[in-house]
Design a protein around this ligand. Structure first.
Ligand SMILES: *Cc1c(COP(=O)(O)O)cnc(C)c1O
Length: 394
């Protein structure tokens, strides 16, 4: 049995008629960039994810870039994130000219370690002229925790540090659409926890479009206005440019497809969790938990339904590369997210990080392996995947 890591066609068949009708409507109106379809989707997105303001963007990357630009972050500044994430998170920081600062992740969730963050802020930075400065003299402005693989970071501790040091928290919610977190005043959705956040609608994400797309969300109305300016070349009235922005606009076709998919997301995320439970049962009964460590569910005890949205189902495997080769031979889909942590990427070598600086991220890059988890995966495929892994360790 060939088992795909992800098969988007199965989902499409379930919603094909709705999607095609929505797409057809766009062609009827010939309104392709922004406009009513995008505005309606932004409203629906706010409602679904408890956000105050949502601004449709051309990708998750552009949403992050627009946020950094709207915050006025530039060459004198520094932004803190983790090296175990998709490249864009750090790439955007560098693109606005700011210093990328990495702190290591927690060994279990691979989310930002609040202790590492605190150690960096207290032990490596200095207060000068009322500003917090990195050893290279840049002003620390923001922290970007990543809700990696679909569950939410330890936000309370991160936000407490951010308040103490007067830093903005930007959630990278690209992998966590719909995920919930036990906030002080009750459940909060990814993206509605900090001041601002960004989402990605890349087709493989839990809420994926028919191409690239993204969303920037925030609490503050003035900041939302700035984001809208940034999205459209800083244009207030047509051909009057208040600031220099970019073309970060969301296409109406993407918004139309996403608006059809949005009401299904809760159900799709539930199916992903069901699949994760099936894996746990299978791996447990196959007796291979000495060889593979299952993904942690940091908020499972919170009672929240969407405590994890399993964008990826990532195990930690002994002899990972051999297992990988064995699965490839058997036609079982798998992938490594991520093979090289960002502090060791060639393009960031001028930052001066070296191997050994971020041990948890480095270890994860050597033993993590993502298995198929998409909502339409069948029980037989899950059993066969688990069996293929067990056979390798036997
Ligand atoms: C996908 C992703 C992004 C970027 O989103 P794009 O829409 O592909 O530009 C950023 N951060 C993380 C963690 C992602 O997974």
């Amino acid at each position: 049995m060939r088992i795909p890591l992800l098969d988007l066609t199965r989902q499409h068949h379930l919603i094909e008629n709705e999607v095609m009708a929505a797409v057809s409507h766009c062609f009827q109106t010939q309104q392709f960039v922004l406009g009513a379809t995008v505005e309606n989707f932004e409203k629906a997105f706010c409602e679904a994810f408890d956000c105050e303001h949502a601004v449709g963007m051309s990708s998750g990357t552009d949403a992050q870039l627009a946020i950094l630009m709207a915050l006025g972050i530039g060459p004198n500044d520094a932004v803190i994130t983790t090296p175990y994430t998709f490249f864009a998170t750090a790439g955007c920081i560098q693109r606005v000219g700011a210093e990328v600062v990495f702190v290591d992740v927690l060994p279990d969730t691979l989310h930002m370690s609040p202790a590492r963050l605190e150690a960096y802020l207290r032990d490596h930075c200095t207060q000068a002229d009322g500003q917090l400065k990195t050893p290279s003299g840049k002003v620390v402005k923001a922290i970007i925790p990543i809700h990696l693989f679909g569950s939410i970071c330890r936000m309370a501790e991160i936000q407490k540090l951010a308040r103490e040091f007067d830093l903005t928290v930007i959630e990278d919610a690209a992998q966590a659409a719909g995920a919930e977190y036990p906030g002080q005043n009750g459940p909060v959705r990814a993206g509605a926890i900090a001041e601002c956040a960004y989402f990605s609608f890349f087709p493989t994400k839990n809420l994926g479009g028919a191409g690239d797309g993204g969303m920037a969300v925030c609490r503050d109305a003035d900041f939302a206005h700035k984001l809208r300016l940034m999205r459209n070349h800083g244009m207030e009235d047509r051909y009057f440019h208040r600031v220099v922005g970019g073309n970060f606009r969301l296409d109406a076709l993407q918004a139309a497809v996403l608006a059809v998919k949005l009401p299904h997301l809760e159900n799709w995320n539930a199916q992903r969790r069901t699949n994760a439970n099936l894996y746990r049962e299978a791996f447990t009964s196959l007796g291979i938990l000495d060889h593979i460590q299952l993904p942690t569910e940091p908020w499972a005890d919170s009672g929240l339904l969407n405590h994890h949205t399993y964008h990826q189902y990532v195990v930690r495997a002994s002899r990972r590369d051999e297992l990988k080769a064995s699965l490839a031979e058997k036609g079982v889909g798998h992938a490594v997210y991520y093979p090289v942590p960002l502090h060791l990427q060639e393009c960031f070598s001028p930052l001066g990080y070296k191997k050994g600086d971020m041990p948890e991220s480095e270890k994860a890059s050597e033993d993590s392996l993502a298995l198929p988890i998409f909502p339409e995966l069948t029980q037989d495929e899950i059993s066969a995947t688990a069996e293929a892994i067990a056979a390798f360790y036997r």
